[in-house]
Design a protein around this ligand. Structure first.
Ligand SMILES: [Zn+2]
Ligand SMILES: [Zn+2]
Length: 249
């Protein structure tokens, strides 16, 4: 179990994040319920409907500083983003903007060694599916057969992920491979890469302005801001606006 002192540090961190958000959004946020019963590969989980954060206690004890500085704010950002912006994509632009507000780069996944907290899964006769938000969803043989028979003509299974609402797509049978092999397998979704922006370049300055104002100002106002502060033409500013939108997504 997590000792009292560590629990206090978590609570303090959560309050610290909420205070920043209260200032920024000019409203108050209740302190969420905190549970330490989360197991497995996930470091933390937020449920804004129940206003609750679940923390993986084993990972917390093994990676205390990292968990306090990234996982805890990550989950608090989910609560804040959901509360402020309503029904949104869980790791979308709104959540990312809250992460930046909390002073953290919006990375999605944790990178802890999860050997101790892992729930042991016998992957023999299991099947791997994926959706838009997860690369590996393990399904047993009974469910797999059902998913394949009902929608055998489609490439998707007909089942949807409860968090991203995307269809579960069959990747491969896991057969005799170990959990680690399956997890590290080449099922990662390719993400679009952008060149690193030169410091002080027009695009970098534009992106900075965009990120600070994307949820506060209208599209037209941001374009005008580009024109006045960066000396752009309307056409140029519009192009920059859409490029910023793509990069910030
Ligand atoms: Zn998340
Ligand atoms: Zn999903």
């Amino acid at each position: 179990m997590v000792d009292q002192k560590l629990q206090e540090r978590v609570a303090e961190k959560i309050r610290e994040c909420l205070d920043i958000a209260e200032q920024r959004f000019d409203r108050s946020f209740q302190t969420p319920e905190i549970s330490y019963k989360l197991r497995g590969l996930v470091a933390g989980q937020a449920n804004s409907r129940l206003w609750r954060i679940r923390i993986n206690s084993i990972l917390l004890q093994e990676n205390t500083d990292d968990m306090l500085n990234s996982t805890v704010p990550h989950e608090v950002a989910h609560l804040i983003a959901d509360k402020v912006y309503g029904h949104i994509r869980s790791h979308g632009a709104e959540w990312k903007s809250v992460m930046r507000l909390l002073g953290i780069s919006p990375n999605r996944c944790h990178r802890y060694d999860t050997t101790n907290s892992r729930v042991k899964v016998n992957v023999k006769h299991k099947f791997c599916y994926k959706c838009n938000c997860r690369d590996m969803i393990i399904v047993g043989p009974v469910r797999h057969r059902k998913m394949q028979s009902r929608f055998s003509m489609n490439k998707n299974s007909g089942y949807r992920c409860c968090s991203c609402k995307g269809y579960l797509v069959f990747v491969k049978p896991l057969g005799q491979v170990t959990y680690e092999q399956a997890r590290d397998g080449k099922t990662k979704r390719p993400t679009k890469k952008y060149h690193v922006l030169k410091k002080g370049s027009k695009m970098e300055r534009a992106l900075h302005i965009y990120k600070e104002n994307q949820f506060l100002l209208s599209r037209i106002t941001i374009i005008c801001l580009f024109m006045t502060t960066l000396g752009m033409s309307k056409a140029g500013a519009t192009t920059y606006y859409y490029n910023c939108q793509k990069r910030a997504a």
